[in-house]
Each structure stands twice: as structure tokens, then as C-alpha cells.
Design a protein around this ligand. Structure first.
Ligand SMILES: *Cc1c(COP(=O)(O)O)cnc(C)c1O
Length: 401
């Protein structure tokens, strides 16, 4: 376990003068006035630090949020984007060109899977999908054309944990970059400490935590973020994934409570996972000692934030899963909805929703059964009571006796 407290760094990153608002003011401008034509020319020639030109490039509010996210991930810099997919597509298009290959985990977010499998080949960028938990398979799949190894630190559907340190060593063999999507585990895992070059977030999930907007971020070195935002060659500039400054400001405020929320999400998920596991239900949670990467997870995680807020349970078959989720919604365990990191529990069946882009035979191969239910556990104060209601639902569907 690592003794790294990013929450303190997030809280510390802003400095204010007396009489400033405690929250940074929101920049409500798409463009910025220059004091002289010479300064404007200079800025177009080479970016001047702390100088703003046009909001698709940078604006002060987005800079505040980006600085907070860089503090969270302990990277030199970050760029915020209008969605997690915007962050992923820009990072990958910045790192790869025609003829390059990506080596990706086969257990990734459905949108990322579709991007890699269906869309990027149009530009001559092809992807091989591998079982990322089998490092021998990853090693054998390497070749000189591989420019990126892409994985999620904790991944759908069975919450497999990536061995980030080893993947970095493998990436170094061919000079590839290791890109890690850390959406499931902000604060819990700090991928750059383990060797990741670039860290991606869908801010839509835990970081914002209120399911009221879609946003994303790319965290990395100063050099990489400069490349991304370069006026002439940056995917983050030219593809136009800019986040609106009003949203940036509201996400920044939510970022400041992330540490408290993650602790509660993790504690509640661990409680439910333990209990469901004890009932004999097939339950997947990195905090369970039966989880195949439980020891790896312990070696990679930071102190204090637990094993994350997501668990999955197997209801046996698709029909039982659907009946279970309907009852859970009726009895107010939470909402039948995709996404995660909300303060209420959200649940869905990944096989027919968030991972439906993945063909059925591949789903079966990766252990994604039709009965699998993913739960993003909410911030319930009385999780014992939630558990009692949940067990009632499981009984009434006939999943437990
Ligand atoms: C939701 C999600 C994304 C995509 O993020 P959006 O904000 O919806 O574009 C990417 N990766 C993971 C792991 C996700 O859960």
C-alpha cells in the first residue's frame, strides 16, 4: 500500500488573495483581450505560460480544474475535455498515427472498445485485444508497431485489476506508452506511481459524483499536455473537445469532496460484497480475498480509500438479473441506470448495456455472463438496512433461499 494522500494536494492547490471568493471565479468568455498586438503574435508563435487566447485552447476555469486533476493523479499537468471518450480519443490520436498498433485489454469500457475496434481502423490504427491480466499473453503480442498499451486500472465486467508496473516494463521493451483509464478508482490507485505514462478519467463518474454532466480528462507530463493542446498539431485543440467553463467550475467543487465520497463508496461496497459473498452468491470485488487480483490490488492501492465503490454479482441468468434489478429499483435500493459514482446506488447488466458493443462470444470468453449485475454502490448512511432490502429482493426472485 502507498502512503500518498492526493486529497490534501487537491485541497491545497489553489491560492487566493484576501477578499477573493473561496471558489475561483468562473471565466464566462470564449476569447481574451490582449494588451498589445505583439503579445498576441508572441502567443501564436509559442504558448506563453499563464496566458489565455481562446477558450477552446485554455481558459482560467478549465486550468483550475486541470491543475486539481493533475494534483489528484500526481502528474505534471492535465487537460480537461467534454467527455471521457473525448479524453480517450484525443490521447490515442495524439500518440498514434497511420500504421501504428494499440494493444488493449479486452475488458474495457464499451465505448472505448467500439472506438478501437470499429472507428480507429479507418485511420490505419489497429488494435489487438488481449487478456491484460495474463502478462505472458501481453508480452507475446508486442511488436515494434505497438505504440500504446491501453488498459483500465480496474475494469468491467469482473473488476479485473491491471498489473500496471509489469505493463510498463512491457511497454518499455518496444518504446510504447502505457495509457491507463483510472475512471473506476480515483484516489484508490495512482497509476503514474506504478509507471503509467498517461492517465485518463471520465469525470462523469466518481470525480464529479452527481450524474449531472459528462466530462473527461487526460493527465500526463507537461510535454504531453503541451502536445495535446498545441495550436497546430494538438488533438485536444484541433478536434475541439473543450469543456464548458461553467461545468468545469461545478466539477471542481465536487472534486473537493471526492476523498470523503470515495471512502464511503468503498466502505459500503466492501460491506455488501462481504455479505453477498458469505451468502454464497458469485460476487466480484477487489477487496474480497477470493478476487483473483486481490493481492495485486493491495500492493497497488493507496492507503485510506478502500477497494473502490463497484461490485458485481451474478444472478445466474439474464431473466433473473432483470427481475432482480426491477425489484431493487422498486424497493429503492437505487436506480436501474448505466454509469457509476453517483451518490445513489446505480445498477445495470453490463452484458446487455455498457458492454453490449462486445460480441456475445467474446463476452463469454471474458467471463461476462448474462446474469451479471454491476452495482455502483451509493453513499447510503445505513448500509445494513440497504443490505436487508437487497436480500429481500434476492429471495423474492429466487436467487437465494
Ligand atoms: C464512462 C466511462 C468512459 C467514457 O466516459 P464518458 O464521460 O461517458 O465519455 C470511459 N471509461 C470508463 C471506464 C468509463 O466508465
Amino acid at each position: 500500500m502507498f502512503q500518498f494522500d492526493p486529497s490534501k494536494r487537491i485541497l491545497d492547490h489553489e491560492s487566493h488573495d484576501q477578499f477573493d471568493g473561496v471558489n475561483p471565479s468562473i471565466t464566462d468568455s470564449s476569447t481574451f483581450a490582449f494588451r498589445s498586438p505583439e503579445t498576441m503574435e508572441e502567443l501564436f508563435d509559442h504558448e506563453i505560460e499563464g496566458c489565455f487566447l481562446y477558450s477552446r485552447h485554455w481558459n482560467p476555469t478549465n486550468k483550475h480544474l486541470a491543475t486539481g486533476l493533475a494534483a489528484l493523479e500526481d502528474t505534471e499537468s492535465a487537460q480537461v475535455t467534454a467527455s471521457g471518450m473525448g479524453a480517450i480519443s484525443c490521447a490515442l490520436l495524439q500518440l498514434c498515427q497511420q500504421g501504428d498498433q494499440i494493444l488493449a485489454s479486452r475488458t474495457i469500457y464499451g465505448g472505448t472498445y467500439a472506438l478501437l475496434k470499429n472507428f480507429l481502423p479507418r485511420f490505419g490504427i489497429t488494435t489487438r485485444f488481449v487478456d491484460i491480466t495474463d502478462v505472458d499473453v501481453v508480452a507475446r503480442a508486442l511488436n515494434d508497431n505497438v505504440k500504446v498499451i491501453f488498459c483500465e486500472s480496474i475494469a468491467n465486467p469482473l473488476l479485473h485489476v491491471a498489473d500496471i508496473k509489469t505493463l510498463r516494463e512491457l511497454a518499455d521493451r518496444v518504446g510504447a506508452k502505457l495509457v491507463v483509464d483510472n475512471t473506476f478508482s480515483p484516489l484508490v490507485i495512482t497509476p503514474v506511481h506504478l509507471g503509467a505514462h498517461v492517465v485518463i478519467h471520465s469525470l462523469t463518474k466518481f470525480i464529479n459524483g452527481h450524474s449531472d454532466c459528462v466530462a473527461g480528462a487526460v493527465c500526463g507530463t507537461d510535454e504531453f499536455v503541451h502536445q495535446l493542446t498545441d495550436i497546430n498539431m494538438g488533438a485536444g485543440m484541433l478536434l475541439g473537445p473543450v469543456l464548458d467553463s461553467f461545468r468545469s467550475a461545478s466539477i471542481l467543487k465536487n472534486l473537493h469532496t471526492l476523498h470523503i465520497r470515495m471512502q464511503k463508496h468503498s466502505a459500503n461496497a466492501a460491506f455488501l460484497a462481504d455479505k453477498l459473498n458469505a451468502l454464497g452468491l458469485p460476487t466480484h470485488y477487489p477487496g474480497l480475498k477470493e478476487h483473483p487480483q486481490h493481492e495485486l490490488m493491495k500492493a497497488q492501492m493507496n492507503e485510506d480509500f478502500g477497494f473502490g465503490g463497484i461490485l458485481t454479482l451474478d444472478a445466474g441468468d439474464h431473466i433473473s438479473a432483470n427481475r432482480l434489478m426491477l425489484l431493487m429499483q422498486q424497493r429503492k435500493v437505487g436506480f436501474l441506470a448505466v454509469s457509476l459514482g453517483y451518490f445513489r446506488t446505480l445498477f445495470s447488466a453490463p452484458g446487455s448495456s455498457t458492454s453490449s458493443e462486445i460480441p456475445k462470444d467474446e463476452q463469454a470468453e471474458m467471463g461476462l455472463s448474462g446474469g451479471l449485475v454491476r452495482m455502483s454502490v451509493g453513499l447510503d448512511q445505513n448500509i445494513e438496512e440497504t443490505y436487508d432490502v437487497l436480500v429481500g429482493c434476492l429471495r423474492d426472485v429466487g436467487i437465494v433461499r
